[in-house]
Design a protein around this ligand. Structure first.
Ligand code: HEC
Length: 124
């Protein structure tokens, strides 16, 4: 391959790395926003039923999410999305609100919540 061609290939690769990678990262969730969604009564209000970090007097109708998240890893991201979007797919009798199906939360907010929940495992 001639040197000039190599440079063109290199430039194309760099362009991809600079413009495509950040978009891929942004497409995921934002853990900080996710925490707000989880803790806000009018949004997730997850502490009504779950133990979550930093919330006083949590409910115990659902499993402790700090403990439950130990069973989840990056590979379960999509499953976690599905559960928060509509837990009835996993348990038809659940009392957990179908946050996605009922449009309580947007897709972005659910991504943010998933990001936050997965981040709990990386805490020391
Ligand atoms: C009205 C009560 C209620 C609310 C509010 C609620 N959940 Fe749940 N959730 C449950 C129950 C009960 C379960 C147990 C599994 C089932 O019912 O299918 C559960 C299960 C889960 C699980 C699976 C846990 C495991 O053991 O694998 C996750 C994750 C979860 N909830 C996340 C959330 C998040 C995030 C929110 C807030 C956005 C939320 N829940 C709000 C009741 C609730």
């Amino acid at each position: 391959m001639r040197t000039s061609k190599k440079i063109v290939f290199l430039a194309a690769g760099l362009t991809l790395a600079i413009f495509v990678l950040p978009v891929a990262v942004l497409a995921g969730g934002n853990a900080e926003n996710g925490k707000k969604v989880v803790d806000t009564k009018k949004l997730g209000n997850c502490a009504a039923c779950h133990v979550v970090p930093g919330m006083e007097f949590p409910g115990d109708v659902g499993p402790n999410l700090i403990e439950a998240m130990k069973n989840y890893s990056e590979a379960d991201r999509e499953m976690l999305r599905q559960r928060i979007s509509d837990e009835r797919k996993f348990n038809p009798d659940t009392i957990m609100p179908p946050f996605g199906t009922n449009k309580i939360l947007t897709g972005q907010q659910i991504d943010d919540v998933v990001e936050y929940l997965l981040s709990l495992n990386n805490r020391k």
